[in-house]
Design a protein around this ligand. Structure first.
Ligand SMILES: N[C@@H](CCC(=O)N[C@@H](CS)C(=O)NCC(=O)O)C(=O)O
Length: 212
C-alpha cells in the first residue's frame, strides 16, 4: 500500500498512525497538495490528500473512509474502535470534533499563508479562531482519563493528537497550557507513542513557498 501525502496534514498523519497501530506495511508518496497539484489528479480527482493506493491499484480517499477500511482489515481485536455500541458512537463523535477542529486549523493557516501580503479578513480569521477554541474546549472537557476513552488509545486520541500536532505547527498561540492543560498532556502522550513517532512530521514537510 502507498500512502499519499505529507505528515504536516493531520488527516494524512492519522492514517499513517493507524496503519502503524495495525502493523500494516506501507510506503509513502509524500506529494504536496500545492507543489504536486498536477500529479495528484491521477490519484484523486479532487487533488486532495490523504489517498491510500491499495496493492491492486485502487485509490481510497478521505481519512475517515480509509480508516473505515483499515478497521475492517484489522478486525475487532486490533481495531481502535468497537464495532458497535455506545462507545463506538462516543468515539466517532469525538473524532468528528477533533477532525472538524483540524479542518478549521487548516483553513485558518491557509488564510494567513495565502494572504500574507494582502489585506486579510480579520472577521473571518476571528470566526475560525473561535471555532478552533470551542473545539479545543469541548475536547478538553472530555480528556479526563489517560486516553479519551480510558486505558486504550482509540481513533479519538489519534485524530486529536494529529490535530494538536498540526495546530502547534501552524497556529500554536491557540493552545495554551492554562486553558487546555489536559489536551497538552494528551498530545504529549500521543507524540511519545511509537505509532506517532513512526509518523513524525519531517522537516521537509512544510508549507511551500507559494500556492502554485
Ligand atoms: N475530510 C478530508 C480532509 C482532507 C483535507 O482537507 N486535506 C487537505 C490537506 S490537510 C487537502 O488535501 N487540501 C487541498 C485541497 O483541499 O485543495 C479527510 O479527512 O481526509
Amino acid at each position: 500500500m502507498i500512502l499519499v501525502g505529507q505528515y504536516d496534514s493531520p488527516f494524512v498523519r492519522r492514517v499513517a498512525v493507524t496503519l502503524h497501530a495495525y502493523s500494516m506495511a506501507f510506503t509513502r508518496n509524500p506529494l504536496s497538495v500545492f507543489g504536486d497539484f498536477g500529479p495528484l489528479q491521477a490519484i484523486n480527482p479532487l487533488r486532495r490528500v490523504p489517498a491510500l493506493i491499495l496493492d491492486d491499484g485502487e485509490a481510497l480517499i478521505d481519512s475517515s473512509a480509509i480508516i473505515d477500511w483499515l478497521d475492517e482489515k484489522a478486525g475487532p481485536r486490533r481495531s481502535l474502535i468497537p464495532r458497535e455500541g455506545l462507545e463506538r458512537r462516543y468515539i466517532l463523535q469525538l473524532v468528528a470534533m477533533a477532525h472538524g477542529t483540524a479542518e478549521k486549523v487548516v483553513t485558518l493557516s491557509l488564510e494567513r499563508f495565502l494572504n500574507a501580503n494582502k489585506d486579510r479578513n480579520k472577521d473571518w480569521e476571528a470566526r475560525l479562531a473561535t471555532q478552533i477554541t470551542s473545539g479545543l474546549d469541548a475536547l478538553e472537557a472530555r480528556a479526563t482519563n489517560r486516553w479519551l476513552f480510558g486505558e486504550h488509545m482509540s481513533h479519538a486520541d489519534v485524530m486529536t493528537g494529529c490535530m494538536i500536532g498540526h495546530l502547534k505547527l501552524r497556529v500554536p498561540e491557540l493552545l495554551t497550557t492554562e486553558c487546555h492543560p489536559r489536551l497538552h498532556e494528551l498530545a504529549a502522550r500521543c507524540e511519545l507513542n511509537s505509532h506517532f513517532v513512526a509518523a513524525r512530521i519531517g522537516a521537509n514537510e512544510t508549507m511551500p513557498a507559494s500556492a502554485t
